[in-house]
Ligand binder design. Structure first.
Ligand code: HEC
Length: 198
């Protein structure tokens, strides 16, 4: 047998063996998919790489037509309160029990210095992220409404005290049971804090 055939068969055999091993491991239920367990390195790296590539490739090449527009921000806040607050939270708002149980966690949104561009925020809000609990809002909200939500996301770090209070008051006490953690800490590992609601 030619050397090139031996190499080709060895490579093929290795790929088949790896695929069979992966199937056996998954089939035995060895990978714990519970949300209260951190994912393994391979799972986390593959999921995050695929997610970033998808968003970079598909986000629209557009600017937010409502960036900085006060009435769009006010409308975006209403959508945010109804659809996002419970998972993503807001400055001055206690982290909810739902948010504390999410894995991956729902990140704090809107920081313009790090994280996604407006177009990327738009794409994720419209299409969601499968297997993560991040819903797709494109079937219930128009593009115009989603851009207004994005305008509000940029306003999140600059919420006035009155806006913070209005968001906080919209959360039922039962949703957070007095546990307050800093807005930036949104993982399942977030430590319990004392009750500081006022
Ligand atoms: C049920 C919980 C839940 C709700 C409700 C929810 N999200 Fe999310 N969202 C998530 C999770 C979890 C992630 C992280 C997904 C990941 O790590 O890939 C996420 C990620 C995002 C991201 C990507 C952030 C980044 O840094 O890449 C954006 C943007 C976003 N959500 C916007 C929204 C908006 C806007 C709403 C409301 C209209 C909303 N989400 C409602 C759970 C939620």
């Amino acid at each position: 047998m030619k050397a090139s055939w031996i190499v080709a068969l060895t490579v093929l055999g290795t790929i088949v063996a790896a695929a069979v091993t992966a199937l056996v491991v998954l089939g035995l239920g060895a990978v714990n998919i519970g949300a209260d367990v951190q994912p393994g390195w391979i799972e986390a790296e593959l999921a995050s790489w695929s997610r970033e590539r998808t968003i970079e490739r598909r986000a629209p090449k557009a600017e937010n037509p409502y960036a900085g527009d006060p009435s769009a921000i006010a409308e975006g806040m209403k959508h945010y309160r109804a659809n996002c607050l419970i998972c993503h939270g807001a400055p001055g708002t206690p982290i909810t029990e739902i948010a504390r149980g999410l894995n991956p966690p729902a990140p704090a949104l809107g920081d313009a210095n790090s994280g996604p561009s407006d177009a990327e925020l738009f794409w994720v809000t419209k299409h969601g992220i499968r297997f993560t609990s991040m819903p797709a809002f494109g079937s219930t909200h128009s593009d115009e409404q989603i851009w207004k939500i994005v305008a509000f996301l940029r306003h999140l770090p600059k919420l006035t005290k009155a806006e913070q209070k209005s968001l906080r008051d919209s959360l039922d006490d039962e949703a957070w049971k007095g546990v307050v953690v800093p807005h930036e800490v949104r993982s399942v590992e977030a430590p319990p804090h004392e009750e500081t609601r006022n």
